[in-house]
Design a protein around this ligand. Sequence first.
Ligand code: TMP
Length: 199
Amino acid sequence: MKGKLITLEGIDGSGKSTITERLKNHPSLSDVVFTREPTKNWIGNVVEQAIQSDTDQIAEFFLFTSDHAEHIAKLIKPNLENGQNIISDRYLDSRCAYQGATLSNRFENSIQWVKSIHKGWTIIPDLTIFLDIDPEFAIERCGNRGQQTKFEKMEFLQQVYDNYQKLIKEEPVRFVVVDSNQPVEEVEKDVVDIITSYI
Ligand code: TMP
């Protein structure tokens, strides 16, 4: 693959969406293809319905994973092959962290189970930026922006946060951690510096 795949990860309320919007307008990233998961295609729309409802966790996992497969086939792989650099707002690790949490009472090692289903067909990111925020602060931010989803609960987000920490420990080279408790301008600067020195 000629292009680089960079992903942004973090718990709900980590400021990831705000940072992504700022990156989209940053002059030094004007050649980058921006994308996200859940996607905006029809499978992504079904995923949104699952998030808003009480869907079985395994069914929900496979919806997120179907969306990922379609995302890779239609956008990620062709663009990387064309030499395009890509930034994705959420990707593979969101499944490991979030579904690793929703499925923790269904499988002994749910993160490894999630990883095993992706093995052999996913494209591993070249670089993953984790926006690190205190879960209590993140929950406060989620509350301030209005209606909360089923994922935006303190105990659950703490579990998701702990799962991200495990993923970072497993792959300390791929992950770069940015302190998202800082003012947004500082977070943006750190993220832009990391990306521009990488690509
Ligand atoms: P968003 O807030 O970044 O739009 O993501 C929507 C929600 O979906 C968020 O709570 C994280 C969750 N999510 C998963 O649980 N698994 C996944 O694989 C992805 C991509 C998102």
